[in-house]
Write a protein that binds this ligand. Structure first.
Ligand code: URA
Length: 288
């Protein structure tokens, strides 16, 4: 290459790198990074899952209605930094009318949950109920265990330390929290960060099933063995439930390790990444 052209290219590259630096970009991350134990250690332990000591018990992008593309990725606001996710065809059964209906039905159910006093202890100790968030038309639903302290305070599932890791996993899959639906086995925080009792899980089941039936996802991911065992009525350990699809109604169910387990056992992140690849492959999306 001619010397002049080569130095012009170098100057342009330098300029580009400097402008990224000015915009606050310190490095360009790869999806795998979160699975390579690069999660910063956080000093404060506030949410229930972080205080547990026992070993874990275990996108599709929201189907946007035609001409309302909800399957945007953060990469679209940061051109040239991340590869955009492949868009999936919207499911024909999920159209604009059904989105409105699903929103209304979820709102009715949310109000019912907010009044619930079935579990006396939980109703008297909670700050608020934690219903669920995300796209009412999502084709992926994530189910966790129960709200922790942060979720109880903020009224949203997975917002604590484990939730931040979950968000990183979601983003590594080139999707956003808004494109999936996230809820838990329980809608109230069990005091002292204890596991949900079978009675509590039973009492809350009507609400979980209501959310599943309204959102009607193609895929459900059970994060942790409490979610997997309760949803599927399984007794096998989470390690044995991974690696294949189970069924719940018409949804394919994938079980994987809970993010709080990953915080305690970072090497297990590579297994979760494997599970995410398995899930997305089934949806026709190759994760790198
Ligand atoms: N852990 C869960 O299982 N659910 C939450 O909402 C938060 C932490």
């Amino acid at each position: 290459m001619n010397q002049d052209v080569s130095s012009q290219i170098q100057a342009l590259l330098k300029q580009q790198i400097e402008s990224w630096g000015q915009a606050g970009l310190t490095h360009i991350s790869r999806s795998e990074e979160i699975f390579e134990d690069k999660i910063p250690v956080q000093e404060e332990i506030t949410s229930r899952e972080e205080t547990k000591t026992e070993v874990t018990k275990t996108f599709v992008p929201g189907h946007s209605v035609p001409d309302q593309p909800s399957l945007t990725t953060s990469s679209e606001s940061e051109p040239n930094m991340k590869k955009p996710a492949k868009r999936l065809e919207p499911r024909t059964t999920k159209n604009r009318d059904s989105l409105k209906k699903r929103k209304e039905e979820l709102e009715l159910l949310r109000k019912k949950v907010a009044r619930c006093k079935r579990c006396k202890e939980l109703a008297s100790t909670r700050t608020q109920t934690v219903f669920g968030v995300g796209d009412p038309n999502a084709s992926i639903m994530f189910i966790g265990e129960a709200p922790g302290a942060d979720e109880d305070k903020q009224g949203e599932p997975f917002v604590g330390r484990a939730g931040k890791l979950l968000t990183q996993i979601i983003e590594a899959c080139k999707i956003t929290r808004e494109e999936i639906y996230i809820c838990n086995i329980l809608r109230c925080r069990p005091p002292g960060n204890r596991n949900p009792s079978p009675e509590e899980a039973d009492s809350c089941r009507e609400f979980l099933d209501g959310q599943i039936s309204i959102v009607d996802p193609d895929y459900i991911v059970c994060w942790g063995s409490v979610a997997a065992k309760n949803l599927l009525d399984e007794t096998l350990p989470i390690g044995k439930l991974r690696g294949e699809f189970h069924e719940y109604g018409r949804a394919k169910v994938l079980c994987t390790y809970h993010p709080s387990y990953l915080l305690r056992n970072p090497p297990a992140k590579k297994d979760v990444w494997k599970d995410m690849k398995f899930l997305f492959k089934d949806m026709g999306i190759k994760l790198k």
